[in-house]
Design a protein around this ligand. Structure first.
Ligand code: G3H
Ligand code: 13P
Ligand code: ZN
Length: 306
């Protein structure tokens, strides 16, 4: 059944676990993700970026996730990830999404409050929940010192004010993670004290973006079959467990599925040089997505919480 992020995340906060938000781009992702969640009796969030909408088409995304929500015996949310285009955000609110993220993290605090408040005002009457973002995810390519990186992290006092002024249902925070497969140059480090400080001032569920672990076995499998991924590093599983313990209720994963799907498809193609039937390798890709999602559900503690 289709449900909102708010319902899933409020229950997660009470229960002390997190719900995974997994990015979808096509049928294989949707089937792999929702199939894995159903097998483990877990709620799940299908996250859709503006790029995914441009790739697959709005109506296809809504229709395919609606089919999954109708046939799977678990609650599924259809969520806009990193919404920035006001036209797309409105289309999602009016067109069947149950949750939207407005990402104003590139704006000043005041502008972020203003655009986020506007989205909440539009979404609330439609029963659509809203995630805001405060602070900037630090990318390793930024090549900055620890002090400079921390300056971009979410400020606890600002987080409290932001939530009060905007009325968002969930807040994405920056505590040291970043998107993609190259998250840290040295040792992975998250600002756990800051996370706890934010959690003590903000009563709504907190969200961790850029949370992929970048499984080195999958990276090796891809590299063994022609990929060239060097210097990849993700967030260790223990850090995710600690983040959930300190108040993270939604964990966003895209990169881990991308790597696994690519690795499994590369392996399948290399092992069957005569194959031209796409189902023979796309099926392996779908299995890879399912494998990643099952491991994440266990890590986040949402197994059996559907
Ligand atoms: O945080 C962004 C997600 O990984 C989606 O990426 O915009 O390339 O679809 P995308
Ligand atoms: P990863 O790149 O770490 O998978 O993060 C995904 C994400 O935050 C999507 O919003
Ligand atoms: Zn993100």
């Amino acid at each position: 059944m289709l449900t909102t992020n708010k319902k899933l995340l409020d229950a997660a906060k009470t229960g002390g676990y997190a719900v995974g938000a997994f990015n979808i781009n096509n049928m294989e992702f949707i089937q792999g993700i929702t199939g894995a969640a159903e097998e483990l009796g877990s709620p799940v969030i299908c996250a859709v970026s503006e790029g995914a909408i441009a790739y697959a088409g709005f109506e296809y995304i809504v229709a395919m996730v609606s089919v999954a929500a109708g046939e799977r015996s678990i609650p599924i949310s259809l969520h806009l990830d990193h919404g920035r285009d006001p036209g797309v955000i409105e289309q999602c609110i009016r067109g069947g999404f149950t949750s939207v993220m407005i990402d104003g993290s590139n704006l000043s605090f005041e502008e972020n409050v203003e655009v986020t408040r506007r989205v909440v005002d539009m979404a609330e009457p439609e029963g659509v929940s809203v995630e805001g973002e405060l602070g900037k995810l630090a990318g390793v390519e930024d090549n900055v010192s620890v002090e400079e990186a921390e300056a971009k992290f979410t400020d606890p006092a600002e987080a409290e004010e932001f939530v009060e002024k905007t009325g968002v249902d969930a807040l994405a925070i920056a505590v040291g993670t970043s998107h993609g497969a190259y998250k840290f140059k040295g040792e992975p480090m998250l600002a756990f004290d800051r996370l706890s400080a934010i959690a003590s001032r903000v009563s709504i569920p907190l969200v961790l973006h850029g949370a992929s672990g970048v499984n080195q076995e999958h990276v090796k499998l891809a590299n063994d079959h022609g990929a060239a991924l060097k210097g990849t590093k993700g967030v260790p599983d223990e850090a995710i467990i600690e983040a959930v313990r300190r108040g993270i209720c939604k964990v966003n994963i895209d990169t881990d599925m991308r790597i696994a799907l690519t690795a499994f498809i590369r392996e399948a193609l290399a092992g069957q040089p005569d194959v031209i039937d796409p189902r023979k390798y796309l099926g392996h890709g779908r299995d890879a997505v399912s494998l990643v999602v099952k491991n994440k559900i266990k890590l986040f503690g949402s197994e059996g919480k559907a």
